[in-house]
Design a protein around this ligand. Sequence first.
Ligand SMILES: [Zn+2]
Length: 409
Amino acid sequence: MTAADQHVNAFSPVRALRPRGKSLPGHARGHNRSLVLQTLYRRGELSRADLARATGLTRVTISDLVADLIAEGLVIELGQRDEARPGKPATLLGIDRTGHCLIGIDLSGADSFLGALLDLDGEVIERQEAPLDGATGAGAVDRVVALAQGLAKAARTPVLGVGVGSPGIVNLDGVVLTAPNLGWTGVPLRARLAEATGLPVFVANDANAAALAELTFGGPDSEPGTTTAPPPVEADGNGDSAGHGERGDLMVITVSHGVGAGLIIDGRPVIGSGSAAGEIGHVVVDTDGGLECACGKRGCLETWLATPRLEAAIAADPANADAVLEEAGRRLGIALAPVVAALNLGEVVLCGPAHLLDGRLLAAAVTTLRSRTLEELHGDLRLRTSTLGKDIVMRGAAAMVLSGRLGVA
Ligand SMILES: [Zn+2]
């Protein structure tokens, strides 16, 4: 599929007028199943009666769904609750977090592809790495396929699916429309991997995968004091949304060789009409002193913020490192302000090399953002760096499998 075809599809009436009314019985069952899995995933050990109360479903529906989920090996009985009350004690249920595994693959590295087997909590069980050795085009596709097959072979429990975070623009069919660094145009990555592994496969842009990782596994709770933003009005991480605002609104900015963004609104990733939502790297942020960008324009956000640009600027004038970082943060704040204001975002997370992003860069971004937005409307915004480290894209890719197969996010 070409980029032009994708545009036609994205604007076709079929997609725009998707029915939103009555749902079929099968859909309701799928929805209820996700609701049960999601409740058990987030809240841990619960009895069937607890589940009925928490989900609003009837005891009969719960018993039915739970029987199926136990047969599938996704839910297990954990024994009986110690109860002071007389009568038969309730049997507790939980997700069998080690009974299945997920494959997560990160294609965003410059030198190698990273992959891992993960349990359902997103903890890494085993890692594998595929050096690129300069491969691009079909050669790079072969390396992804070999990595996925190697991980599937290493699995000791059934694999729920393969998630892949890829650089470039990826459409909803898992086709990489364009990824210049890998020399890919119109690569049907999902279809290739599904054929090679026989598993369900989910492919998304790497920044979107990172955003999903933050939503699913992230949050500021374990953060070792890296925030320089003024204290937020609302307390963080005290709800089931892991601190990402009440509705699950979140933007993740990825800073590496390029600059990208993943957006989650109402708990759902934003894809965009041309599958390119979040491509903020080539937005020009003031042309004064802007360097020429690979895209041909001057002063793109990437020219201020991409890791190689920052490192080169600091290496050229080490005594001026603080000023370089502050300027990069200021440009980031300029680019973010209209996005934050338009969407009334609650949280923006920076993901990339901590030695560059933490400190002066983050502080300058916060100051700039606040000076360019209304305090009373956007004062609660939290800008912070990610705590998920270098595995963020890989874990986000695994979260895509959780979300796609179980409806858990
Ligand atoms: Zn550019």
